[in-house]
Design a protein around this ligand. Sequence first.
Ligand SMILES: C[S@@+](CC[C@H](N)C(=O)[O-])C[C@H]1O[C@@H](n2cnc3c(N)ncnc32)[C@H](O)[C@@H]1O
Ligand code: SF4
Ligand code: SF4
Length: 313
Amino acid sequence: MNRSRLSLWRWLQYGPWLAQLVIVRRCNLRCGYCSEFDQTSAPVPFADLAARLRKLRALRTWAVCLTGGEPTLHPQLPRIIAQMRELGFRRRQMITNAYRLTRASIEVFNRAGLTDLQISIDGVHANDTTKKTLVPLRPKLELLARYAKFQVVMSSVVGCAPPAEVEEVIDFAQAHGFTPRILLVHDAKGRLKLSAAELTAFRRVKQRIGRRASEAGDYREQLIATGAAPFKCRAGARYLYVDEFGRVNRCAQTRGIWSKDLLSYTLNDLKTQFHTVKHCHATCTIGCARTASATDRWRVQRMAPAAHGGPPA
Ligand SMILES: C[S@@+](CC[C@H](N)C(=O)[O-])C[C@H]1O[C@@H](n2cnc3c(N)ncnc32)[C@H](O)[C@@H]1O
Ligand code: SF4
Ligand code: SF4
């Protein structure tokens, strides 16, 4: 399948809705809650990324989201986005901490064909855990509001700044025409990690955003209330996390448990991962994986053999 394309029927059955592609693991920040960056890695060479993008297209992937580390550290970022457009991905997305944005880079992203940008603003004032806050980043956000032709989602990780600050961030997002989104801070395994005050703040912010604040059947309310929100995780099929080495992982939080080289990914891999019960599903807070899995909630899943990264026997 390296060259031949997944058929439309097979894609509807098992194919990827969203792939997150790590283009550089290095980051210019070191957020206290993050386990997804280093300070030394070189950018992934363009030729390798182009081959990965071609393969994702052959799998008929609907949306590709560039991530890291910090993707704006990649010196060939405009070329990567342009390549995504040339290959025909419907959604061409990026997640960034916004620190390196300038008017010129925003205009380059417009021309290259970026469709969606997610920025993470966790509070108002920089603190020991996060510098992704309104005060230092306000000028960058004003530039985005003025010049971006792509959709901007402003996400806030609740649990990294005083709870009242998150409400101010949401107000700012709405006043500037950005789409607000709330994320809950998770530990390195993707499990919820919030105090009672932070949970109260989460509910208040959700009310403020309204109906759009609910994600994947509002699993977060269930997680908060009972400590578990089981679901059929289709990571490895509907959602792919492609690391800097070009290996498909189920998500950033399960790196090292199971992975396979993207370039040799087959329909059989999609099927196996689609049907594999993930041992971590009940406490998972990975919103993109939950959203990408939601359409198949009625379809069966079975326990995987250990070779595919199922739970230990
Ligand atoms: C790993 S970052 C990469 C992109 C970019 N550096 C940024 O911060 O937006 C991708 C997203 O994961 C979120 N994230 C990282 N660690 C997290 C955690 N422990 N809990 C919740 N969200 C987290 C970040 O806030 C960001 O929205
Ligand atoms: S900016 Fe993003 S990648 Fe960098 S440390 Fe913070 S959350 Fe992690
Ligand atoms: S349930 Fe799926 S997305 Fe969530 S942590 Fe496990 S493998 Fe990752």
